[in-house]
Write a protein that binds this ligand. Structure first.
Ligand SMILES: *Cc1c(COP(=O)(O)O)cnc(C)c1O
Length: 390
């Protein structure tokens, strides 16, 4: 039976390195910074890449290779490279592919540090970015210029859980010959595979649902072999590589991704339904609630709604802060996609440096609360949110 015919979970569990002479069942940890050569000819052929083998762990390591191979199978990608963090993946992917004078068209609502790359750092190298409103996809093409090279978006977005039509982005990228890059962190390959819709590259912060247990940082970019080749060469020279230990952890995490994400999404839907019926809640946003403005698109491109629920409480910034202070079980933390439910109030924390207008442009109202629903007994999470709201 060909490996290609196996299902998602089997790929996640059975994609592994060849066993060593110890015939271990579970892949061991290869904490080795470099690898040895048989002789001068072996060394020569390895450096000219006539031989595909490990040389130095900044280039590749058995544990990072195993992790990347799994993600490639799960995303339907040809090749990939693993990074120390999600931001190392995002930065290196752009830096490897862009030249001075190139232009990016990006969704306005992207992860905060990604936004900082576009606004603070890339302009130093004369790389400019134009932003489209994720809720006005019909305007995207108006931002494309002759020097536009990359089209970039996240879906669902952080923290407002907006959805962008990936098929539409794929069609626009194809028409204008752009490289479409999707940050698939909030969905995971279990519920959304952007390459199917025309993405050339998919980036992940593996720190979130891929680790899923709040232990290690990691990132990965997968996609077409020719683009990954550029990213690999850039990265092997600049050094953002994932450590073997973190790769080993993340690769084990992938073995349980399907069951974890399934349960995360089941719990999140229950939390969203509870919030929708609560008198102190003005509005709830969850991709798989019929009330979500892009519900139909979410249903088309995602198999489940994800684990993040956004909702708005009456009373603005003060009410948001007061709500956080009343939370007992859930954590106030900056991470997401953990087994533990995490509650944040973007307007007074992660997005407090933006003006009210800037926040509204990315759907962040003053009373917006983001819940990353964990794997606790969902009734306990709901009771905690309920007592804090009341
Ligand atoms: C967290 C996150 C990142 C950055 O990942 P790190 O591992 O924290 O560097 C990038 N994109 C999204 C959508 C994220 O949530």
């Amino acid at each position: 039976m060909s490996q290609e015919n196996f299902g998602f979970e089997t790929q996640a569990i059975r994609t592994q390195l060849e066993r060593t002479q110890y015939l271990e069942h579970s892949v061991p940890l290869y904490l080795s910074s470099s690898f040895v050569f048989e002789d001068a000819e072996d060394m020569r052929a390895s450096f000219t890449e006539e031989k595909d083998r490990n040389i130095y762990s900044r280039f590749s390591n058995p544990n990072t290779t195993e992790f990347v191979e799994k993600i490639c199978k799960m995303e339907g990608a040809e090749a990939g490279y693993a990074f120390a963090t999600g931001m190392a993946a995002v930065y290196s992917t752009f830096a490897a592919l862009l030249n001075a004078g190139d232009h990016i068209v990006s969704a306005g609502s992207v992860f905060g540090s990604t936004h900082a790359l576009f606004t603070t750092y890339f302009p130093k190298w004369n790389i400019q970015t134009s932003y489209f409103d994720i809720n006005k996809p019909e305007t995207i093409e108006s931002f494309i210029k002759p020097n536009t090279k990359i089209l970039y978006a996240e879906s669902p977005t952080n923290p407002a859980v907006d959805i962008i039509d990936l098929e539409l982005l794929g069609a626009i990228a194809k028409k204008h010959n752009l490289i479409l890059i999707i940050d698939n962190c909030f969905a995971t390959p279990y519920i959304q595979q952007p390459i199917k819709f025309g993405a050339h590259l998919v980036v992940h912060s593996a720190t979130k649902l891929i680790d899923g247990q709040g232990r290690v940082l990691g990132g990965v970019t997968v996609g077409s072999a020719d683009l990954i080749r550029e990213i690999y060469l850039f990265s092997r020279n600049t050094g953002p590589a994932l450590s073997p230990f973190n790769a080993w952890i993340l690769s084990k995490s992938l073995e349980t991704l399907a069951v974890r994400v399934e349960k995360h999404c089941e719990n999140a839907l229950k939390v969203a339904e509870f919030l929708e019926n609560h008198s102190k809640v003005k509005k709830v946003k969850y991709p798989f609630l019929k009330s979500h403005p892009q519900y139909e698109i979410a249903k088309k491109q995602m198999s489940l709604g994800g684990n993040v629920v956004a909702f708005e409480i009456e009373g603005g910034i003060e009410a948001g802060r007061k709500f956080l202070d009343k939370i007992k079980l859930c954590s106030l933390s900056a991470n997401l996609g953990d087994t533990r439910t995490i509650v944040t109030h973007p307007a007074s924390t992660t997005h407090s440096k933006l003006t009210v207008e800037e926040r509204l442009a990315v759907s962040i109202t003053d009373g917006l609360v983001r819940v990353s629903v964990g794997l606790e007994t969902v009734a306990d999470v709901i009771n905690d949110l309920n007592q804090a709201l009341n």
